[in-house]
Ligand binder design. Structure first.
Ligand code: CU
Length: 179
């Protein structure tokens, strides 16, 4: 399951819960006023439990989906055996080096010489692999392991002027020796 699928599932479940909430309010509003006090008590208790259930659901869902993201600490060495310096500027990318080995961790250090850019890596099949912001005066780091060798494409995902759309470059992921 890709991150996109996880987010879609969370969104669908969340939307369904909100729709159920609306339905609950509509049904409640149609009820006659008889036994209003008793009903109010029931609906008050129900509302309280629905609120805490939603709160617990979102808290557990957030933890379960976010804690495992491969976000390395921005301080100290990551321990990745390969490092790529990626610098964006209007309107090109500079990757040093532009060749890495598959099946071994790569630490990307991403920054910008001018304005904010979006640093996104696309696999040879056109699917987005990972991305981060390229910001002036700051280095964003992330670690990724490429499973498949091939020619990967970098595309800017943050609109940065007339040269934004063709702001791309490529780099090679080569098979590790013995593979
Ligand atoms: Cu751009």
């Amino acid at each position: 399951m890709t991150n996109q699928d996880v987010v879609l599932t969370i969104w669908l479940v969340g939307a369904a819960l909100i729709a159920l909430g609306f339905l609950f309010v509509v049904v409640q509003a149609r009820r006659p006023a008889a036994n209003a006090a008793a009903q109010n008590h029931v609906s008050h208790v129900l509302r309280k439990w629905v609120f805490f259930a939603l709160l617990a659901g979102f808290a557990i869902g957030s933890w379960a989906t976010l804690h495992q993201f491969p976000i390395p600490s921005q301080h100290g060495p990551s321990g990745a055996p390969q490092t790529v310096e990626a610098v964006g500027r209007m309107w090109s990318w500079q990757l040093t080096p532009d060749k890495v080995t598959a099946a071994r961790e790569v630490e990307f250090r991403v920054s910008s010489d001018d304005v904010n850019h979006g640093f996104a890596i696309y696999a040879p099949n056109g699917r987005i692999v990972t991305q981060t912001q390229a910001m002036p005066g700051y280095t964003n780091r992330f670690v990724h392991t490429f499973d498949e060798p091939g020619t990967y494409t970098v595309q800017c995902l943050e609109y940065c002027g007339v040269g934004h759309a063709p702001m791309t470059t490529t780099f090679e992921v080569v098979a590790a020796r013995g593979q």
